[in-house]
Design a protein around this ligand. Structure first.
Ligand SMILES: [Zn+2]
Length: 233
């Protein structure tokens, strides 16, 4: 096997290994990140607090209305009891009853508003519960898919690493050092295939003499433009 073929094969394996490792890192991050659930939980907590406040306010206004109604019934009872004979006293009581009537009407308006607010808050709370359930479902589904993908990638990775071991065995140490150096400097790609008479990575056109020496010689030939090791299959 020629040295450039070895390095080309090594490059293909490393490119795949890099890609898998990047994806595995992403999957790990996604699996550990339950932002969607956290967000929905926070929204539910907020909705619960609003609903709780609305419930308390509604109960308070209901109690208030009830207390004023009782007061009114008591006033009316004494007004119509016939026990109060003093006209001034009767007039005062009548006025008090009228005032209570108006106050109760005002409180009833407030009660109606509180009921609407309460109903809206309860609806929002129910929706938030549903949204949280959905978020949990979606995340579980995604995670199941992710776990499947992760298993497959881990198998692929193991296979590629075994293949890489084999290629490394038949590669000269000096070539390997060079390969590693170029790979580090050139964003992971040290070897470029020759396609259409040029470097497939940077597009540099090669002279017929270059092409011949790439094909014929067993020593490494470098792209005159990007410096990568050239390989012609
Ligand atoms: Zn090039």
């Amino acid at each position: 096997m020629s040295e450039s073929l070895n390095l080309y094969r090594l490059q293909q394996l490393d490119t795949n290994i890099d890609r898998i490792e990047t994806r595995l890192g992403e999957i790990e991050r996604i699996l550990n990140d339950n932002q969607r659930i956290q967000k929905a939980t926070k929204a539910l907590k907020n909705a619960e607090e609003i609903a709780k406040k609305a419930r308390i306010e509604l109960r308070q206004i209901e109690d208030k209305v009830e207390a004023q109604r009782l007061k009114r019934r008591t006033s009316e009872a004494s007004l119509f009891s016939g026990k109060i004979k003093n006209p001034k006293e009767l007039q005062d009581l009548q006025m008090e009853t009228e005032a209570l009537k108006r106050y109760i009407a005002q409180l009833e308006d407030e009660q109606l508003e509180a009921m609407i607010t309460h109903e809206t808050a309860e609806k929002a709370e129910k929706q938030a519960i549903k949204a949280l359930e959905q978020a949990k479902g979606t995340t579980a589904e995604e995670n199941a898919e992710m776990l499947g993908e992760r298993n497959k990638l881990q198998d692929d990775l193991e296979r590629l690493i075994r293949e890489k071991e084999a290629v490394l065995q038949s590669t000269q140490p000096e070539s390997l050092t060079l390969y590693k150096k170029i790979r580090k400097a050139k964003h992971g790609t040290a070897v470029a295939a020759v396609t259409d008479g040029g470097c497939s990575v940077c597009g540099q056109a090669l002279t017929p003499a270059d092409l011949q020496s790439i094909r014929a010689s067993n020593k490494l030939v470098f792209c005159p433009s990007c410096g990568r090791i050239l390989f012609a299959g």
